[in-house]
Design a protein around this ligand. Structure first.
Ligand code: NI
Length: 173
């Protein structure tokens, strides 16, 4: 199982590298990412969050997360967005923190699968939010960036505590 990197680990704000090698090793990483995501009760997980700075993320937004709800996106690109939604968003790298955030209501992305085949996926509501949130991770953007000021202020103290905890943990290591 992978260990989740927490804010403010610098890997979270780095731009991830494109994936160029497909096949069993990549499939193994993706499988382990799903397992880690389920263990942490998340609906999405991006590779930088497990210490791999590559353009890979996984989501499963179906109720009870059945295997056929699993989508792994490699080198994803946004094709189109539509509409708007406003709702709570969280992130496994910011445990226990939630903020209201504006997102498109619907998104279509193009990505490669673990074998390098291109496919398209369209998501609405929660799936759209998860796809966009995880895609942001690959560019080094975390969900607390570009929040409305009132939402950001609510998280300010907790972010400060996380920064302090990160420093303490680093000093111990
Ligand atoms: Ni996240």
């Amino acid at each position: 199982m992978f260990k989740i990197r927490k804010y403010p680990d610098p890997i979270l704000t780095n731009k991830a590298e494109p994936v160029t090698e497909f096949g069993p090793r990549l499939e193994q990483i993706v499988e382990e990412m799903f397992l880690t995501m389920y263990q942490e009760h998340g609906v999405g997980l991006a590779a930088p969050q497990v210490g791999i700075s590559k353009r890979i993320f996984v989501v499963n937004c179906e109720k009870d997360q059945p295997p056929d709800g699993e989508i792994a996106l490699i080198n994803p690109e946004i094709v189109s967005v539509e509409g708007e939604q406003y709702g709570d968003e969280g992130c496994l790298s910011f445990p226990g923190m939630f903020a209201k955030k504006k997102r498109p209501m619907k998104v279509t992305m193009r990505a490669q699968d673990v074998d390098g085949e291109w496919f398209e996926v369209t998501g609405e509501k929660l799936l759209a939010r998860a796809l966009l949130h995880e895609r942001d991770h690959l560019d080094g953007n975390v969900f607390v960036q570009d929040l409305e000021l009132t939402e950001f202020i609510k998280l300010k103290k907790e972010l400060e505590m996380m920064r302090r905890e990160y420093k303490r943990a680093k000093a111990r290591a």
